[in-house]
Design a protein around this ligand. Sequence first.
Ligand code: ADE
Length: 230
Amino acid sequence: SQVIGLIGAMDEEIELLLSGMQTARKTVKAGITYTEGMLHGHRVVVCKSGVGKVNAAVTTQILIDRFGVNSVIFTGVAGAVNPELNIGDIVISSTCMQHDMDVTPLGFARGIIPYQDISEFAADSRLIQLAEMACRARGDRYLTGKVLSGDQFVASRETVTTLYTEMGGACTEMEGAAVAQACHMNGAPFVVLRSMSDKADGSAHVNFAEFTVEASHRSHQIVEYMLQHF
Ligand code: ADE
């Protein structure tokens, strides 16, 4: 039967999911705690990956191998890259790509993983639709677009401009593309949901501190709606 993996990078991003779960069982593997249980009538496995692409990739592979997860939803916050986005707005991944994959000296465009056919990983259309339905029903401002991931907290206007004009990003964060690539390698559908905590500019550190809890909760509420309508 269907098992849904729910990942966040930080405690703020998963604490509400955990508090709503029934018959929870905890297992630790590779230092990550996986909590199995029921949420809105669905079998789910909730976990905190920790920050960054390696944590996200390992966590996703374990969710698939060890816990038999057949779809993955990532919930969390991000820095806005598309200038139309404000703090609190939602980005639903159409695709995910690593902005720090840089083999440009060998002639590959930024983000391209050399010698493999796909570098931009497409989210599942049904999960995208479900997330869009949640945003519309709740009246959230949202955009379905490219999520750019890298092992960097982006806090400069120049970088944001590059990520937007050169890579067409909607937002930037530190896990989505790793989850996406691990899911692609295993044939598992995924979607990344991110609420904007900052604009990845010179004020990003201040805004992130101020808005992360609120933005995390917004992203969490969308996941709840999705599970209710899954
Ligand atoms: N997550 C939230 N804001 C971010 C930023 N500016 N850069 C990377 N990850 C983020």
